[in-house]
Design a binder for this molecule. Structure first.
Ligand SMILES: Nc1nc2c(c(=O)[nH]1)N[C@H]1C(S)=C(S)[C@@H](COP(=O)(O)OP(=O)(O)OC[C@H]3O[C@@H](n4cnc5c(=O)[nH]c(N)nc54)[C@H](O)[C@@H]3O)O[C@H]1N2
Ligand SMILES: Nc1nc2c(c(=O)[nH]1)N[C@H]1C(S)=C(S)[C@@H](COP(=O)(O)OP(=O)(O)OC[C@H]3O[C@@H](n4cnc5c(=O)[nH]c(N)nc54)[C@H](O)[C@@H]3O)O[C@H]1N2
Ligand SMILES: [Mo]
Length: 826
């Protein structure tokens, strides 16, 4: 047993293990000051809602309040460990400024009201729009942070009851490219790999993924392998000196937006050196010859100048990948939010396919998710796709859904691809979309080019409903604000990156009149009096568990089959990986074992797209390309980013995250330990650029792009010269509205542009310039423990002090219990 300052030491004590071993347990626990476990009235099972890793935990309840959390030792995902956001983030639930009553706009002010008044307004507007303009006047923009049951309900209401095609999640900003890359290569969404692959890998490659900060517990698993016998080699592809990069055997720091060029050179080398698995390629894939032909003239020498990486470095990286006997790759926002997102992410799949590194221990691709429940947004159709990974262009799939919902098939829109979020905002701008219902997302801070988003949200002709737990920047534009209950206050399930499903039980009551999102959606359906073909209320379910049971029927026979799970089976030991059926009641570790893909023309989720233009393929084209349901190797030519550094804007601007905050900080910004660790915005600048601009650490600078500007303190780091980084967490709710000169949100700078295939906005490729405004009162307060670590002395080290103490316990291993086994009930 020991204690650590979880702010100063986010990753905790090492528990080394060797290749093929099982990851030892370490239980992290944080309770309010002065409390011990004996003071806890009850422990309520849940998992972290502040990232995609799925860290299982129990919520400590005392006097009907949450007083702490403890990691679940038997869970396959975290084996008891928790990260800083998990350990401290729950405190935001009890903030005094939670929304506790609905608000409606009267005389241009938001005033408190009761639920009937608020919902009547929403219903009245919905009815009049449906009568006068039809379903396409209404759009829903949801989240990756609600629960499975809530997405399934929202998708059923939007697609089935209303019949609008305008449904998407903020998952469009987050993991649309993960989904698209999986669909393009394997015919269907769903992670092939498993976290246990880390236990067996001899090479781990991280493509645009700062796992040390964004999934701290997964990083601990890698650190523990690095500390044990036969450690894996590490490849990091990231322009910043992240903690991952510092541990890497090979670190490639490409110019932003050149990932596809890098990948094509790596594939060139793998193929030229014959590091391929011909048998796997022949038996399980189509398209290899196209790839070989395309990458043939992408030698490292040729690509070096494009991506700003020396040819020898590219060759070293290729050798690492080419000689791996068990390769795990992860891909995240450095690829997904950059130029040619899907095309680049697909090349990582190609690497695994041509090396035959899929479907066995230690061989897996994790096209990562970011948000805790993004997988469910996608599975349940709240991202615009049809529920159960059904193919909107396949009439049989749409027919199945109509039968399941007992609705006429014509009611479910399937005549055009689902409207993606960026297009929905365009329709609102143009005035054809007249009602937008935003749940659990804060677009006034998180969408690109914020002055445009503010203009769109602020139009009087747009009826804006915002369902949140706080009065966010977005809520300020709303016509109706609905106060939601959140994690810990409601029940439901969610699924992490490696398909592990966790149940989150209700621990405490929500504040005031706040209600679970599920109840709000169902209340809307009842007030709208939606009916099925037989006149029965639709959706027919009434609470979380009945929604889950309905979802199980929807998932039956599809790749994301949940039929073997129940709420009860999810209680006790470990989360369970889908597919989980009567035949596989304990879930499924890896997909696509023996090259068994879900890509047959009748089964696939999509017929695919052209990676460079995004043009959809016709069903006949797909059948001709892939009649036997193999994996598809798709090649793509590199095209330079649209916006490149210029004389006026000489720097490449990237944006992203720090370890201590989540997104627009509505939760983490209300937690003292996390706020103290990263109190204000900064901009990371290289020493070389700082020299040219005569900047010293902590100077105040203006960052300007063609769209806007912000001011921040400079943090001088080892970032790649020519590149600057701004964290996107800092909006305005705690700073007053950003008037000229006081702006600080990264998205003032970003561009309205998206990947042609996944439609994911490009937050990581833009041009900017820096202007020195003057010196300040000292160094930037950016964290020193992370990618923002300073290279010049003077910055105060990031520590949490006694207020951030966490207990860690490493129990003696009682059994050799393999990961993935269902543990004992606690
Ligand atoms: N602490 C914390 N954890 C989180 C979140 C959070 O807000 N805070 N959010 C969660 C969510 S929703 C998500 S989506 C994930 C995101 O997790 P990550 O993708 O790991 O995080 P980011 O910081 O957005 O981007 C990762 C890296 O991409 C690099 N990068 C930028 N441009 C390029 C490029 O052109 N090429 C390459 N190769 N790399 C580039 C950046 O330097 C950055 O280090 O994190 C999840 N976890
Ligand atoms: N420049 C730049 N922009 C980015 C990114 C980037 O890297 N750079 N990353 C993008 C990515 S990957 C993501 S995921 C998005 C995230 O962007 P957002 O989704 O806008 O970020 P959050 O702050 O997580 O917003 C979630 C909202 O839901 C509310 N909420 C929390 N729990 C509940 C609940 O149970 N019910 C309800 N109704 N509301 C709840 C919170 O208070 C908060 O207002 O940002 C994107 N924007
Ligand atoms: Mo995300």
């Amino acid at each position: 047993m020991g204690e650590r300052d979880a702010i100063a030491d986010p990753w905790g004590r090492r528990t080394p293990y060797g290749r093929g071993g099982s990851w030892p347990r370490r239980v992290d626990c944080r309770l309010n000051d002065g409390l011990t476990e004996a003071d806890v009235d009850r422990w309520v099972q849940s998992a972290s809602i502040l990232h995609s890793n799925g860290d299982a935990l129990d919520i400590a309840v005392r006097d009907n309040g949450i007083v702490g959390v403890r990691g679940r030792a038997d869970d396959r995902v975290n084996r008891g460990r928790l990260g800083p956001k998990d350990l401290f983030g729950w405190q935001a639930n009890a903030s005094a400024d939670r929304l506790t009553r609905p608000l409606v706009r009267i005389d241009d002010r938001l005033v408190e009201t009761d639920w009937d008044t608020a919902m009547d307004r929403v219903v009245a507007r919905s009815r009049s729009l449906l009568d006068e303009h039809g379903p396409s006047a209404i759009g829903f923009y949801t989240s990756g942070q609600l629960f499975l049951e809530e997405y399934y309900t929202l998708g059923a209401i939007a697609h089935g009851a209303i019949g609008t095609n305008h449904v998407d999640g903020n998952t469009r900003l987050c993991t649309a490219t993960a989904a698209e890359a999986l669909k393009e290569s394997f015919g269907c969404d769903g992670q092939p790999g498993s976290y246990t692959d880390i236990d067996h890998a001899d090479v781990v490659a991280l493509f645009g993924h700062n796992v040390a900060e964004t999934q701290t517990v997964l990083w601990e698993r890698i650190l523990d392998r690095l500390a044990g016998e036969h450690p894996p080699k590490l490849l990091c592809v990231d322009p910043r000196p992240t903690v991952v990069a510092r541990h890497a055997d090979v670190h490639l720091a490409p110019l932003p937006g050149t990932n596809l060029a890098v990948m094509n050179a790596l594939l060139h080398e793998v193929i030229r050196n014959d590091w391929t698995d011909r048998r796997y390629i022949d038996e399980h894939t189509v398209g290899f010859d196209d790839l070989r032909a395309l990458v043939e003239n992408h030698s490292p020498e040729r690509v070096a100048a494009q991506c700003g990486i020396e040819a020898d470095e590219l060759r070293r990286a290729a050798r690492l990948l080419g000689n791996a006997t068990a390769l795990v790759s992860t891909v995240l926002q450095g690829f997904y939010q950059a130029n040619q997102a899907t095309a680049a992410a697909v090349q990582v799949n190609n690497l695994h396919l041509i090396r035959g590194m899929l479907g066995r221990p230690g061989c897996g691709v994790l096209q990562m998710n970011g948000q805790p429940t993004a997988q469910n947004t996608r599975e349940c159709g709240a991202d615009g796709d049809l529920a159960g990974f059904r193919n909107w262009a396949n009439d049989e799939h749409v027919g199945e859904l109509a039968a399941l919902w007992n609705l006429d098939v014509e009611r479910i829109p399937h005549f055009a691809p689902p409207t993606h979020a960026m297009q929905m905002f365009r329709y609102a701008e143009q005035g054809t979309l007249r009602m937008l219902w935003v749940s659990a997302t804060n677009p006034a801070v998180s969408l690109p080019e914020l002055h445009r988003i503010r203009d769109i949200l602020g139009q009087s002709r747009l009826f804006l409903v915002v369902q949140d737990i706080f009065r966010t920047e977005t809520a300020e534009f709303a016509d109706v604000v609905l106060p939601a209950a959140t994690w810990g206050e409601k029940q439901g399930t969610f699924t992490n990156v490696d398909r592990t499903v966790h149940l989150s039980d209700k621990a405490v009551d929500p504040p005031g009149q706040a209600r679970p999102d599920l109840d709000i959606f169902l209340d809307y359906a009842r007030r709208m009096d939606f009916r099925d073909r037989d006149g029965a209320p639709f959706p027919p379910w009434h609470d979380a568990e009945s929604a889950f049971e309905a979802w199980k029927r929807c998932s039956a026979g599809r790749p994301c089959d949940y039929t073997g799970m129940t709420y009860d089976r999810l209680r006790g030991g470990s989360g369970i990986q889908w597919p989980c059926t009567a035949d596989h009641p304990d879930g499924t570790e890896r997909l696509y074992v023996d090259g068994d893909f879900a890509s047959a023309p009748d089964r696939c989720e999509t017929y695919g797209k052209d990676l460079v233009t995004g043009a959809p393929m016709e069903p006949d084209e797909y059948r001709a390309l892939n009649p036997a349901g193999k994996a598809m190797i798709k090649a793509a030519e590199y095209v330079a980013p649209h916006e490149q550094p210029s004389v006026e804007f000489p720097l490449a601007l990237i944006t992203g995250r720090t370890l201590y905050h989540l997104h627009t900080r509505t939760k983490t910004g209300r937690v003292r330990q996390l706020t103290a660790a990263a109190p204000e915005v900064w901009v990371e600048v290289s020493q070389a650029d700082a020299h040219v601009l005569r900047l010293v650490e902590g100077d105040r600078v203006r960052v300007t792009s063609p769209r806007g500007s912000l001011t921040a303190k400079a943090r001088i780091t080892d970032i790649r010269p020519g590149v600057v980084f701004v964290p996107f967490h800092y909006g305005y709710w705690d700073s007053g509205p950003g008037d000229e000169g006081h702006e600080r949100a990264a998205n003032e700078l970003t561009v309205t542009d998206w990947d042609p295939a996944s439609k994911q906005p490009i937050f990581k490729t833009a041009a900017a310039r820096l202007t020195r405004l003057g010196s300040s009162d000292g160094p930037s307060a950016a964290p020193t423990t992370t990618a923002s670590a300073p290279v010049t002395p003077g910055a105060l080290p990031t520590v949490g002090g006694p207020d951030a103490t966490v207990r860690e316990t490493v129990p003696a291993e009682t059994s050799s219990g393999r990961d993935g086994e269902r543990g004992q009930h606690q």
